[in-house]
Design a protein around this ligand. Structure first.
Ligand code: KIV
Ligand code: NA
Length: 273
């Protein structure tokens, strides 16, 4: 059963969110019983092979989110608005968010940042009935401008800005806020100050929920080991081994066998000769 926003906001247990990018990903996440699925623009890195999330388009997000939805019809689904699709004015942001909701069946959208411009977008969308998840701390879409993919909120100004941003997102109507790559104690403080749930990644255990990129936790995406993730499986290795075993069987004519083949009557065959 899909959980409602009030149910998510009053969960006794930490909220569990994972990313998904396609039909099997959605299916597995739903069967595993997660609270929320995020169709993240981490799609760019872990599925499309870009070295950042910046090249991901609205069309990419919609294409993948539709597949996720087919696999997970009964799970709360959040879809990232990608870079550039909510930065050119409130009207454009509204139009793009409506497309995501209508074309994918998303329950909510997520966007990065808490600048005055973004806050205005959050306010407009939420007032018009589109639930918004906020995202502060490390924001991959604009990481270059943030000085690279690095921990945020460590110094006075950074900690203050991160706290103020999260509070302002709640005020603007966000139903939940992702905290990415900030010190655990800052995340704890923000989680205490906010009424709406925080969902952390690289933000310590005291957030109201946690999110991981599924391709990290499954070992499908095997970049450098990430401090913030934990690998629960080695599906990348399993995939290589399986494909190599298939290749060896083909070369040795051990696949297919009679069991994999179709039969026909001898007299039909005889007429062909
Ligand atoms: O794109 C993504 O996967 C995300 C999560 C890491 C929060 O934004
Ligand atoms: Na994202």
């Amino acid at each position: 059963m899909k959980r409602s926003i009030p149910e998510l906001q009053h969960s006794a247990q930490p909220l569990v969110m994972v990313t998904a990018y396609d039909y099997p990903g959605g299916k597995h996440a739903q069967a595993a019983g997660v609270d929320l699925i995020l169709v993240g623009d981490s799609l760019g890195n872990v599925v499309l092979g870009y070295d950042s999330t910046a090249p991901v388009t609205l069309g990419d997000m919609i294409h993948h989110a539709r597949a996720v939805r087919r696999g997970a019809p009964d799970t709360f689904m959040v879809v990232d608005l990608p870079f550039g699709t909510y930065h050119t004015g409130v009207q454009d942001a509204m139009r793009n968010a409506v497309r995501v909701i209508q074309e994918t069946g998303a329950d909510a959208i997520k966007m990065e940042g808490a600048t005055p411009e973004i806050l205005q977008v959050v306010q407009t969308l939420t007032r018009n009935g589109i639930p918004v998840m906020g995202h502060v701390g490390l924001m991959p879409q604009t990481a270059t401008a943030q000085g690279g993919l690095r921990v945020q909120g460590k110094d006075d100004a950074g900690a203050r800005a991160t706290l103020d941003g999260a509070l302002a997102l709640e005020d603007a109507g966000a139903f939940s806020v992702v905290l990415e790559a900030i010190p655990a104690r800052l995340a704890k403080l923000i989680s205490e100050r906010l009424t709406v749930p925080t969902i952390g990644i690289g933000a310590g255990v005291n957030c109201d929920g946690q999110v991981l990129v599924t391709h990290d936790l499954l070992g499908i995406y095997e970049g450098e080991e990430k401090k913030i993730a934990r690998r629960y499986a080695e599906l990348g290795r399993a995939a290589r081994e399986a494909i190599a075993a298939y290749a060896a069987d083909v070369r040795a004519r051990e696949f297919p066998t009679r069991d994999n083949a179709f039969v026909m009557k001898d007299d039909v065959l005889d007429k062909l000769y």
